[in-house]
Design a protein around this ligand. Structure first.
Ligand SMILES: Nc1nc2c(ncn2[C@@H]2O[C@H](COP(=O)(O)OP(=O)(O)OP(=O)(O)O)[C@@H](O)[C@H]2O)c(=O)[nH]1
Ligand SMILES: [Zn+2]
Length: 392
């Protein structure tokens, strides 16, 4: 049979016939300096799990550290490997080097069941997450399972509040915004009142995230591993989650928030793609000073005309995916739900994006997506915007 020109590279089948090779989940563990990430890793490694877990540490080395420690645990035994990376920053090298190193290692040592990746406390895990996500798309051996952010109960609030130069959002807040799961650790060091404040602040940044509270990062492993956060097979789970999103108020530096939009009807796929690309890639939605609204995480369940199944939308930074889920639409009319966790650069006192501006921008665009033909009437549909009151 003739192959098409643009056919993806064919991979020779040299393995035994049988079920397709299972992809290995990667969980990214992030969190500010000293929050308890390594404690969490050690806890997971030493708990009974019957998994062969590989751990990659992405610590900043002195100067240009060329090696990364890779601990592998198997049946409670720990041994260490060294991953050679081209430079000291995993974000920059993981693409061409890190994954390759993992794959080579698996060839040498046999497959792992699970990979845990601890990023440095100052990292923006978005870059690392994006790379694993893209790579999974390209038929890699691994897939991104979830992003876990550990927060220090005692110093977390201070870290989340930290003021950066105008227009910049601190790393601690970005880490919370991106997370699928947050673990507020070191609860032994704070009173209830302080803990409530940390919890509220985390919630104010990320209205979707699950929050656990721990001492010594002791978690139920089933709460941390195999989250399938990006998995369209779990469409029903996301639908449920999106309905439960907590309205958030802009947190302390008033710059990251969670906004939910609901609209009923069937969306036009092309129009939705254009809207998302304008938002994520073209960065067309700006405040008066021309600073774009920047999306950290985007999730949604949408309905496309002519499709019986729900479609899942996932976005991390500038990457996004629309995938059909196994879930059929039951309710009628169909309710499209989008949740944005966004940075609004309105730190600058003179150039605030107001809640209403954001709302009208998104609503106008969503209405366009609903229009089946240019010039056609908008179908009836209510937009629901969930955000705090009293914010201008
Ligand atoms: N009191 C208290 N201390 C804790 C808890 N969890 C961890 N620690 C301590 O906090 C310190 C930092 O923990 P790590 O696990 O190394 O934190 P980390 O996030 O990996 O730190 P970096 O890699 O340096 O960013 C260690 O001394 C831990 O023993 C806790 O629940 N309570
Ligand atoms: Zn650590």
């Amino acid at each position: 049979m003739e192959e098409e020109d643009d056919c993806p590279e064919l991979v020779p089948i040299d393995s035994q016939p049988g079920p397709a090779a299972r992809q290995i989940p990667v969980t990214i563990i992030t969190g500010y300096l000293g929050a308890g990430k390594t404690t969490l890793l050690n806890y997971i490694l030493t708990e009974q799990h019957n998994k062969r877990i590989a751990v990659i540490l992405n610590e900043f080395g002195e100067g240009s550290a060329l090696e990364k420690s890779l601990a592998v645990s198997q049946a409670g035994e720990l041994y260490e490997e060294w991953l050679e990376l081209r430079n000291g920053c995993l974000c920059c090298s993981v693409k061409d080097n890190g994954l390759k190193a993992i794959e080579n290692l698996m060839e040498k040592k046999g497959k792992f069941d699970y990979i845990l990746l601890e990023t440095t406390g100052l990292a923006d895990p978005g870059a690392v997450a994006s790379m694993f996500w893209v790579d999974a798309e390209l038929g890699s051996d691994v897939y991104l399972d979830g992003i876990v952010t550990v927060i220090d109960a005692k110093y977390g609030l201070q870290q989340l509040k930290e003021e950066k130069a105008e227009g910049l959002v601190n790393e601690a807040s970005r880490q919370v915004a991106l997370a699928d799961l947050t673990i507020i650790n070191k609860t032994d060091l704070v009173e209830e009142e302080e803990l409530n404040q940390v919890r509220d602040t985390v919630r104010s940044i990320n209205g979707l995230v699950k929050i656990l509270e721990t001492q010594r990062s002791r978690v139920d492993l089933s709460d941390v591993l195999d989250l399938h956060s990006f998995d369209c097979q779990d469409g029903a789970k996301l639908t449920e989650k999106l309905q439960l999103v907590t309205p958030t108020r802009p947190h302390l530096d008033k710059s990251i928030l969670t906004a939910t939009f609901e609209v009923t009807g069937d969306l036009c796929e092309d129009a939705l793609n254009t809207f998302i690309q304008d938002l994520l890639w073209e960065k067309k939605f700006c405040n008066k000073a021309g600073e774009p609204m920047s999306v950290i995480r985007l999730k949604g369940i949408v309905s496309f005309a002519g499709k019986a199944h729900q479609v899942m939308l996932q976005g991390v930074h500038e990457l996004y995916e629309l995938n059909e889920t196994p879930q059929l639409w039951e309710e009628n009319p169909h309710t499209n739900r989008l949740v944005f966790i966004v940075i609004l650069y309105f730190l600058s006192k003179y150039h605030k994006i107001s809640q209403n501006t954001l709302k009208s921008v998104i609503v106008t665009e969503m209405r366009t997506c609903l229009r089946k033909e240019p010039g056609q009437e908008h179908p009836a549909g209510d937009f629901y915007f969930c955000c705090c009151d009293g914010w201008s």
